[in-house]
Design a protein around this ligand. Structure first.
Ligand code: FAD
Length: 467
């Protein structure tokens, strides 16, 4: 009874949530279709998000080496210049390699990829409209449908995107020249990363943040030091400032009743992302939204409609690629009758600036605010030799452990490659490890990861290379 257009699983959206779900479902022997309106797989993350931004961060960091460290290494770089076109081409080449890789994997796994825009006809049937020819529509049916349509940049009503002066991250990863004055509205991960990229290449960058601190909810000591370091790199950071508008090349904001003015030739609005389910026809399938306009799901990511699931940015939770991936894999396993597993409490979050901020679990401030008795071990990279050799001596590792049981509750790292370093703490936490477990684990010398071990030792006041 299986017709070419009838599937076990139909996944709408091929971002990290959707393609992982489709690939896992196919691995488990299900007949899978993956619908995507972009011409390539990989979604926001691979096409205009995580990966292009990291490519630009790497390129710009090489360039910034000149300003900050070259001379002390005895390296002379005269007449340095940046070819922005070549930098963008490298970024696009990386994205092209990875999207091509996904297309190859989809084919090898016999996942049917349908290029088009999906909309529900009913809870088991989806129309796929051709991207180039929206009149040409095919209909597919499936026993299980997974909505993985992701998110889109939030637009401010008084700062509408024009793609030229007022832009979202979609454009700020593709400026064809270094802007003279860039104002970044919103000091979260995306704004700080892209602000750093263009500042390193010579732009005069001001980050305007509404809240009292940038970098979201990281611990105060982390953010205080992070802000100091970014300022030393030339970024201007204005907190407690509410943006009010943009006129004649000047962005205005208000703080304590006073008007602030920031001249800008580009304004990057990075105040967050909104769940995206535009034009999907959710009502036809009986899929309901939460009051925050995310798709309503239960603990197993089931929507209010039988047989329909939703994953990734379009549902509640942090809008992170690895979160979407875990959702996707678990849903595929649940559909196949297996025991999918997601530990949403152990979701690392990274800001990929230099230094990076990496956090997982409960922070020190949050633990104390909750009245939890904790022991905090802190170790500065200044006492780690490899960090000095790597130009990464500014920053620290903090391990937060339960005062009674010593179980690790969280970690916060400010430092070069903090995003790589936090992974071992996450692993220890996944297995319910204690600070002592981490402290007794051998770490190769000389590596920056020794600072993680020392921070774990510091939980019981027994760090070797610090008092
Ligand atoms: P998406 O990746 O948004 O994919 C959804 C896909 O669905 C899209 O390709 C869209 O075209 C498609 N689609 C939507 N509607 C339809 C329809 N009706 N029919 C067919 N197709 C449809 N996260 C990290 O973890 N680390 C990072 O370093 C990081 N950096 C980022 C940097 C930037 C600049 C941005 C913008 C985001 C970044 N993110 C990062 C966030 C990350 O990109 C998202 O969390 C992730 O992409 C969410 O995955 P998803 O599968 O839920 O949705």
């Amino acid at each position: 009874e299986s017709s070419p257009s009838s599937f076990d699983v139909l996944v709408i959206g091929a971002g990290p949530g959707g393609y992982v779900c489709a690939f896992r479902a196919a691995q488990l022997g299900l007949k899978v279709a993956l619908i995507e309106k972009r011409s390539t797989l990989g979604g926001t993350c691979l096409n205009v998000g995580c990966i292009p931004s990291k490519a630009l961060l790497a390129s710009s960091e090489h360039f910034a080496f000149n300003q900050h460290h070259a001379a002390e290494h005895g390296i002379k770089l005269d007449n340095l210049s940046i070819d922005v076109g070549a930098m963008l081409k490298k970024k696009e080449d990386i994205v092209g390699k990875m999207t091509g890789g996904l297309a190859g994997l989809a084919k090898a796994r016999k996942v049917t990829v349908l290029n088009g825009t999906a909309s529900f006809i009913d809870a088991k049937t989806v129309a796929v409209a051709g991207v180039d020819d929206p009149g040409s529509s095919t209909t597919v049916t499936a026993r299980h449908i997974v909505i993985a349509t992701g998110s889109a940049p939030v637009e401010l009503p008084f700062l509408k995107f024009d793609g030229e002066t007022i832009v979202s991250s979609d454009h700020a990863i593709s400026f064809t020249a270094v802007p003279e004055k860039l104002v970044v509205v919103g000091g979260g991960a995306i704004g700080l990363e892209l602000g750093s990229v263009w500042a390193r290449l010579g732009a005069d960058v001001t980050v305007v943040e509404f809240l009292p601190q940038i970098a979201g909810a990281a611990d105060k000591d982390v953010v205080r030091n992070f802000t100091r370091i970014l300022k030393a790199q030339g970024l201007k950071i204005e907190v407690n400032a509410r943006v009010t508008g943009f006129k004649d090349g000047v962005l205005t904001a208000e703080r304590d009743g006073k008007t602030l003015e920031f001249p800008a030739d580009k304004v990057l609005v990075s105040v967050g992302r909104r769940p995206y389910a535009d034009g999907l026809g959710l009502d036809k399938a009986g899929v309901e939204l939460t009051d925050k306009k995310r798709i309503k799901v239960d603990a197993k990511l089931k929507t209010t409609a039988e047989g329909i699931y939703a994953i990734g940015d379009v549902v509640d939770g942090p809008m992170l690629a690895h979160k979407a991936e875990e959702d996707g894999a678990a849903v595929a396993e649940w559909i196949a009758g297996k025991a999918g597993h997601i530990n949403w409490d152990l979701m690392p979050a990274i800001i990929y600036t230099d230094p990076e901020i990496a956090t997982v679990g409960m922070g020190e401030d949050a633990a104390k605010a909750a009245g939890k008795k904790v022991n905090v071990g802190k170790f500065n990279f200044a006492a780690n030799a490899r960090a000095h050799a790597n130009d990464g001596a500014d920053g620290f590792v903090k391990i937060i452990a339960d005062a009674e049981t010593d179980k690790i509750l969280g970690a916060q790292i400010l430092g070069k490659n903090a995003g790589e370093l936090i992974s071992e703490v996450v692993t220890h936490m996944e297995y319910g490890g204690s600070a002592e477990d981490l402290a007794r684990t051998i770490h190769a010398h000389p590596t920056m990861s020794e600072a993680v071990k020392e921070a774990a030792l510091a939980v019981s006041k027994s760090a070797i290379h610090a008092l």
